[in-house]
Design a protein around this ligand. Structure first.
Ligand code: ATP
Ligand code: MG
Length: 380
């Protein structure tokens, strides 16, 4: 607890995920402090903002001073460095160990496989020879993935012909090589958020359908339409087991593939709030952000279930480069039931995540059309 008795949450990172965490924390009367290497729009106006080199010991010491708990809003935040200077009794979640397991896609897959979780066949390939062997074993098409540093599909290549192997290797291989994954002929992509506390208490959010455009999340439909109960149960079981396998604490996003035969495969884990959970702010009793804040502070977890029959979230991406200005905002606000979230990013870039729209209602189909419409009206 901070000196005033209200918890002070330290958040490493200054993006939209930290912003929405902070908004949830502030609502409960908690205090927040951000640390980010660069000044950022999303954290403006919310609690204390520290800007500085976030691997620097002195900067980190100032940052953690008086904090009740520290969390990260990005899996790339330097958690090991914070851990090294953390005062007694101050928690850091997720743990650096969890973050390390997840950062490297090869280690992540190997960890999940050892825990008995279903995933696409994969091979951690250290050389081009090993890649050729893996491709031969899996057949075309095949996915090549950079071991570290991927996001929004940057860092992946679908390889369809033998001639493409060399180029994809040159583009994606690091010193330790790259990850080759068998193509998963999924029916659709699902996602489950799991929020877990250090003592193992946990809640799971509804299974949602997530639609990608250009490898980026475009829409989320909650609950996933026409989901068979046994697929739903399996998705929830697999998601929780995956989070337990990496010792996750806080909220974690589990990206899944739904296969034709009703099985699910794990695509990947995100050790933080996830884009497929933004709908929870309006649609669930407790949002993913609030439950994350509660979990890292060791507080009671809230009800994760839907409090409406259906919800749809649509991302608002940038379409140009320059200073952001919300054209069409008033028209979007006039769409019935539209909850508009803009992240206060001063600069827009093509495909940059600038905000999102959520609409709740009686069925996914009608709210989807309205949410798409509202999102299309806003041009940043
Ligand atoms: P993000 O940060 O956007 O979640 P990422 O860059 O870490 O993504 P992945 O989630 O691994 O990348 O892959 C991006 C998308 O590529 C997936 O959502 C899925 O649509 C597709 N994909 C990934 N792996 C496979 C696979 N083995 N078979 C078929 N499609 C795949
Ligand atoms: Mg992904």
């Amino acid at each position: 607890m901070s000196k005033s008795g209200f918890p002070l949450l330290g958040i490493m990172g200054g993006g939209q995920l930290g912003r929405m965490m902070a908004l949830a924390a502030l609502r409960m009367g908690f205090k927040v402090r951000f640390l980010s290497p660069h000044s950022s729009g999303p954290m403006q106006g919310l609690g204390e903002q520290m800007v500085g080199p976030w691997t620097d010991k002195d900067v980190l010491q100032d940052f953690v001073e008086g904090c009740s708990a520290i969390t990260v809003e990005s899996e790339w935040a330097p958690a090991e460095e914070v851990k090294a200077i953390l005062p007694e009794g101050v928690a850091l979640w997720p743990s650096p160990a969890t973050l390390q397991l997840i950062r490297h896609k090869g280690i992540q897959n190997t960890t999940l496989q050892k825990a008995g979780l279903p995933l696409p066949a994969f091979c951690c390939c250290a050389s081009l020879d090993e890649v050729h062997n893996a491709v031969e074993a899996f057949g075309f098409p095949v996915m090549f993935k950079r071991f570290e540093g991927s996001y929004d599909g940057y860092g992946n290549a679908t390889v369809r012909f033998p001639e493409e192997i060399q180029q994809a290797w040159d583009d994606l291989a690091a010193e330790d090589g790259l990850l080759v994954e068998a193509w998963a002929p999924f029916v659709r992509e699902l996602s489950v958020l799991v929020c877990r506390r250090a003592d193992g208490a946990h809640v799971e959010y509804p299974v949602v359908y997530t639609e990608q455009k250009d490898h980026r999340c475009h829409a989320v439909e909650a609950p996933a339409p026409s989901l068979f109960p046994d697929v739903e149960a399996e998705a929830r079981r697999v998601a929780l087991a995956a989070v337990e396998a990496v010792g996750g604490v806080g909220i974690m996003g589990v990206e899944l593939f739904e296969m034709k035969d009703g099985t699910v495969l794990v695509n990947e884990l995100a050790p933080r709030p996830h884009n497929t959970g933004h709908y929870t702010i309006e649609a669930c009793h407790t949002s993913q952000f609030e439950n994350h804040v509660r979990a890292v502070l060791g507080l009671s977890l809230g009800n994760p279930n839907l409090r409406v029959p259906a919800a749809v979230m649509i991302n608002i991406l940038g379409h140009r480069s320059g200073e952001a200005a919300p054209d069409g905002l008033d028209d979007a606000l006039a769409v019935e039931g539209a909850a508009i979230h803009l992240y206060n990013k001063p600069q827009v870039r093509p495909k940059r995540k600038m905000g999102h729209v959520t609409i709740t209602g009686d069925d996914v189909k009608t709210v989807r059309a309205r949410a798409e419409h509202a999102a299309s009206l806003i041009q940043l």
